[in-house]
Ligand binder design. Structure first.
Ligand code: NAD
Length: 291
C-alpha cells in the first residue's frame, strides 16, 4: 500500500490553514517564516519556492531573502542576527548547501533556538535527544507524522535506518527509539561502513532509507510486509523537458512487491518535510503569542 505523503500533506495543510484563519480572526498576525537562499543552486531554488508556496497555502507570511553566491560569512551572520532580533518573524531557515566559503555549522548555530524551525541548532538536537519538547528537524518530523496518520504500529518493532546524517538519519533514529508514539522501536542505524547490510534490512519491520544513492535498496533486501520509507531524492539525467527525473533511494518496482507500505518518490517524504517546517513555524508563533 502506498503511503501517500502528498495527499496527507495536503490534508494537514488544510488543518493548519484553518488554525491560522482562527488566529488571524482574533486580531493576531499570521505566522511568519523567512528563508535565506545564498547562490544559485537549482535544487535549492526549487525547495525554497515549494516552501514559499506552502506558506501561501496555509496563510503564513513568508519572506525570501536572496543573497549572491559571493556573500561573505560575516554578511550572512549579520543578516541572521537581524532576523533573530526581529519580533515580526517566527521562524528562519537558511537553505543548505551553502557556498564552500561559508561554514554551515557557524550558520546553523547562529540562528536563535527560538526561531530554529529547521531544528538544526545544537540546542534543538540536544533537546530531541533528551526527549524534551523542541523543534524536530523537518524531514524526520514529517515521516513521524506520516507513520502516525497511517496508524502504522511502531511499538516493539525493529526499525532500521540507513544513513546517519544530522538532518535525517540521526534524528530519525532518535525519534524511532524514543518513548512515545510513533516510537518505542528497537533501532539499528546502518551507514557506509556497515557490513552485510542486507542482513539488517531484511530484519526491519520499518526500513527508513536516507543514503542519497538512487535505487540503492532493492526488493530482495526488504522483509515481507515491511514499511519502507524512502527519503532519497536524486536528480538523474533524463531525456525529457526538465533534463532529469527524481529517483529515490529504493528501487520502487521491486520493493513495492514485498513491502506492506511504501512511500513513492516524488510524492512521499518530500511533501511531508514541508509540513514539518510549517508546523514548527506555527509552534514558534504559538510560543510567542500563547506563552
Ligand atoms: P548525507 O549524504 O548527509 O548522508 C548519507 C548517509 O548515507 C551517510 O550517513 C552515509 O554513512 C550513508 N551511506 C552512504 N553510502 C552508504 C552505503 N553504501 N551503505 C550504507 N549507508 C551509506 O545525506 P542526507 O542529507 O541524509 O540525505 C540523504 C538523501 O535524502 C539524499 O538523497 C537527499 O537528497 C534526501 N533528502 C530528502 C529530503 C526530503 O525532503 N525528501 C530531505 C533531506 C534529504
Amino acid at each position: 500500500m502506498l503511503l501517500k505523503g502528498k495527499e496527507t500533506a495536503n490534508q494537514i495543510k488544510e488543518e493548519i490553514a484553518k488554525e491560522v484563519e482562527a488566529i488571524v480572526n482574533t486580531g493576531v498576525r499570521a505566522p511568519h517564516l523567512v528563508a535565506i537562499l545564498v547562490g544559485e543552486d537549482g535544487a535549492s531554488k526549487t525547495y525554497v519556492k515549494n516552501k514559499e508556496l506552502a506558506c501561501q497555502k496555509v496563510g503564513f507570511s513568508s519572506t525570501l531573502i536572496r543573497l549572491p553566491e559571493e556573500t561573505t560569512e560575516e554578511e550572512l551572520l549579520n543578516k541572521i542576527e537581524e532576523i533573530n532580533n526581529d519580533d515580526s518573524i517566527d521562524g528562519m531557515i537558511v537553505q543548505l548547501p551553502l557556498p564552500k566559503h561559508i561554514s554551515e555549522n557557524k550558520v546553523t548555530q547562529a540562528i536563535h533556538p527560538a526561531k530554529d524551525v529547521d531544528g538544526f541548532h545544537d540546542v534543538s538536537i540536544g533537546k530531541l535527544t533528551k526527549g524534551q519538547d523542541t523543534f524536530i528537524s523537518a524531514t524526520p518530523y514529517g515521516i513521524i507524522q506520516l507513520l502516525d496518520r497511517y496508524n502504522i504500529e511502531t511499538k516493539g518493532k525493529h526499525c532500521v535506518v540507513i544513513g546517519r546524517s544530522n538532518i535525517v538519519g540521526r534524528p530519525m533514529s532518535i525519534l524511532m527509539s524514543r518513548s512515545g508514539n510513533p516510537g518505542n522501536c528497537t533501532v539499528t542505524v546502518c551507514h557506509r561502513h556497515t557490513q552485510n547490510l542486507e542482513a539488517f534490512t531484511k530484519m526491519a519491520d520499518i526500513l527508513i532509507v536516507a543514503v542519497g544513492i538512487p535505487e540503492f535498496v532493492t526488493g530482495d533486501m526488504v522483509k515481507e510486509g515491511a514499511t519502507v520509507i524512502d527519503v532519497g531524492i536524486t536528480r538523474v539525467d533524463a531525456d525529457n523537458s526538465k533534463g532529469y527525473v527524481l529517483k529515490g533511494d529504493v528501487h520502487f518496482d521491486s520493493a513495492e512487491k514485498v513491502a506492506g507500505y511504501i512511500t513513492p518518490v516524488p510524492g512521499g517524504v518530500g511533501p511531508m518535510t514541508i509540513i514539518g517546517l510549517m508546523q514548527n513555524t506555527l509552534k514558534s508563533h504559538q510560543a510567542k503569542f500563547n506563552g
